[in-house]
Design a protein around this ligand. Structure first.
Ligand SMILES: [Zn+2]
Length: 308
């Protein structure tokens, strides 16, 4: 039962990172008895409402209020993950993205860095790699990170016809479903390669990047760090990294605290699009270099605290 609840929670957390374009599915109630579900679940976010980003804990507690007179559950229920993370839409944001994993060692090391700094990132995973580190992927979700698809086998989707693209996606989805209990709403095509068919029929939000660290090329932590630190204003930007190199882990160890010191909030892709761009994460739409690089809206003015 604990495992089922864990899977169910993972499913919920991933859903809470997704968007109005991919509404939460009906909770699989058969997994958890109703009275227990009431204890572990905050209310399911409504369409169009921003889930999870503003005081999450209160919401979870409201949902957890037991009905009067209801019997105490017999089995202990795992609590929702403790999280104090709040995204302030008046402050700059950056999305770190890690492709090509999960990796049996490095994914957890990256998660350690994120957790230590109270930060999150988005992982675009190659589906057939998931069995190498399924616990790490579930841990990422539990920490508030977002999981996107990077295809089943790192395929060049831009050179495929629709049938082949859909076959790849179906194979990938089966593994994501098995490991996470849900399927990704975001797709990052390997090599950034896409064609019109993919863009218009994949049913996912296609997300590329705006800052390329070329970590796969240099495999040099100092160069990766410099590529970000010398990139100018990073507000609204999506940084491309890969979770399969030790040098990238080293660079992440430096970059995460540095970005926070510079005043950037580290957010997921869906959070960036919704909260920094004031936009929706929609299927069959591309969010690319031009989008992130040249269409960052001005920051709204911070609201003054109410006079006492
Ligand atoms: Zn890749």
């Amino acid at each position: 039962m604990r495992q089922l609840i864990h899977i169910f929670l993972s499913c919920l957390m991933l859903t809470s990172c997704s968007t109005a374009a991919a509404l939460p599915e009906t909770p699989p109630e058969h997994l958890v008895p109703a009275e227990q579900a009431a204890q572990i679940l905050p209310e399911v976010p409504e369409p169009g409402r921003m889930p999870e980003l503003f005081p999450l804990d209160q919401e979870a507690e409201e949902g957890a209020a037991p009905e009067e007179g209801s019997p105490a559950p017999e089995t202990p229920v795992e609590p929702l993950p403790e999280t104090q993370r709040v995204v302030d839409p008046t402050r700059p944001m950056v999305a770190l993205t890690f492709d090509d994993g999960p990796h049996a060692v490095y994914t957890d090391q990256i998660l350690d860095i994120l957790e230590k700094n109270g930060a999150v990132a988005t992982f675009f995973e190659v589906a057939r790699n998931l069995p190498k580190a399924p616990d790490a992927v579930r841990r990422a979700v539990d920490l508030g990170c977002e999981i996107g698809s990077h295809s089943y086998r790192h395929a060049n989707l831009g050179k495929m016809d629709q049938a082949a693209q859909q076959a790849d996606q179906a194979a990938a989805d089966a593994i994501f479903q098995e490991v996470l209990g849900t399927t990704p709403t975001l797709l990052r095509p390997p090599y950034g390669s896409m064609n019109k068919t993919l863009k218009t029929t994949c049913g996912r939000s296609i997300v590329t990047w705006s800052i390329d660290t070329e970590d796969w090329l240099s495999k040099d932590a100092d160069k990766v760090v410099a590529s970000v630190q010398n990139a100018g204003n990073l507000d609204g930007q999506v940084i491309l990294l890969h979770s399969i190199y030790g040098s990238t882990v080293e660079a992440t160890e430096v970059l995460v605290p540095w970005l926070l010191e510079q005043g950037y909030q580290l957010v997921t892709i869906s959070e960036l699009i919704q909260l920094r761009f004031g936009d929706q994460v929609e299927p069959n739409r591309s969010y690319n270099y031009d989008y992130f690089r040249f269409h960052v809206p001005p920051l709204p003015a911070a609201t003054e605290p109410a006079a006492a």
